[in-house]
Design a protein around this ligand. Structure first.
Ligand SMILES: NC(=O)c1ccc[n+]([C@@H]2O[C@H](COP(=O)([O-])OP(=O)(O)OC[C@H]3O[C@@H](n4cnc5c(N)ncnc54)[C@H](O)[C@@H]3O)[C@@H](O)[C@H]2O)c1
Ligand SMILES: O=C(O)C(=O)C[C@]1(C(=O)O)C=C[C@@H](O)C=C1
Length: 302
């Protein structure tokens, strides 16, 4: 089976980028879309994010081979219930949510008879909404698919081929493992950025505006991440609570060790850690996961 029609539910950064990527790559796939916000639907139609913006979820998914839910993870259940009446019996239902175990549960509860294959394109920016999407978002980026046990092999193959056609590198993973890995590589970095920017802003009274005024490279990079969508990230932390708390415990221990090294003037411990982390940065760049530009993505949000 190959995907010939895609319905995109949620026409923000991720949904818009999928629609634009299909169009820009000239794939033989028709696109429909729906968003619960009428203003987003109007803007999506203006920008041509999908070929047809529908007035209802039911109309958008009618006859579609693949339905991709591109809504905040806390809204996946609602979105799945909204598409239920129009879903074709052969349709694959997937998503792009940043956490996977909780989304898999929500989708299977809402659509017990559907072929559900959750996925997570590990690609994004701090921008959100219908103006944020761009066609090259997924090029060269990982898309992690978390097939449930007993998942239809043909449907999995079709979904993998779809993401490969958008330029992604596809990896299959167990949902629980995904959530642990992403807690470390994405969720906790965001939590740290939100926290440090919040702390600095709480200190504004003490520093009388100097935090913003003298904001140097390091803090500036944190502010980009901390500008990410509040609804999306609230939902990520609530839905991936277990893995985030587990990894946060480990992080807190390591932070305490750094605190101790500074207090006891243990320069060797500091130097050793900073040398190890510098090598990790180099490996990340060599593997093409970062183009070295701290503001990557900003120019795409036109
Ligand atoms: N932003 C990123 O960097 C990024 C990267 C990878 C995955 N994700 C995941 O992708 C999903 C979407 O994120 P985004 O950045 O595109 O968000 P976004 O805010 O840009 O777009 C989400 C859209 O969903 C709509 N929506 C909300 N609830 C809905 C519902 N019940 N039914 C229909 N539409 C609804 C909103 O109106 C909005 O237009 C999230 O689950 C997020 O975790 C985000
Ligand atoms: O580059 C960014 O701004 C992102 O935050 C993208 C990012 C990430 O942490 O890497 C954010 C959430 C996702 O689910 C996937 C990608």
């Amino acid at each position: 089976m190959s995907v010939r029609s895609v319905a995109i539910i949620g026409l923000g950064l991720l949904g818009g980028s999928i629609g634009l990527a299909i169009g820009a790559r000239g794939l033989p796939i028709t696109t429909t879309g729906w968003d619960r916000d009428p203003a987003v639907r109007a803007r999506a139609a203006q920008r041509g994010l999908v070929a047809t913006v529908c007035d209802t979820a039911e109309a958008a998914v009618s006859g579609a081979d693949l339905v991709i839910l591109c809504v905040p993870v806390g809204a996946m259940g609602d979105a799945a219930r909204a598409i239920a009446p129009g879903l074709a019996p052969h349709a694959i239902v997937s998503d792009v949510g940043s956490s996977k175990a909780a989304v898999a549960d929500a989708l299977s509860q809402a659509l017990p008879d559907a072929c559900i294959i959750p996925a997570h394109p590990v690609a994004g920016t701090e921008q959100s909404g219908p103006d944020a999407g761009f066609a090259t978002l997924f090029a060269g980026r990982w898309c992690i698919i978390t097939p449930p046990e007993g998942c239809d092999a043909g449907a999995l193959q079709a979904l993998s081929e779809f993401w490969t056609a958008l330029g992604s590198k596809v990896e299959l993973m167990d949902a629980g493992h995904h959530d642990l890995v992403l807690a470390v590589t994405s969720h906790i970095p965001h939590l740290i950025a939100y926290t440090i920017v919040g702390t600095a802003s709480d200190l504004e009274d003490v520093t009388q505006g100097e935090v913003i005024k003298y904001s140097a490279g390091g803090f500036r990079d944190f502010t980009r991440i901390a500008a990410s969508d509040p609804v999306m990230w609230r939902d990520v932390f609530l839905s991936n609570k277990g893995a985030v708390l587990e990894m946060l415990g480990r992080f807190t221990e390591d932070l305490t060790a750094m605190q101790r090294a500074i207090r006891s003037a243990d320069g060797e411990a500091l130097f050793d850690l900073f040398t190890r982390t510098r090598a990790i940065r180099r490996a990340v760049i060599e593997q093409g996961q970062d183009d070295g530009r701290p503001d990557f993505g900003r120019e795409h949000g036109d």
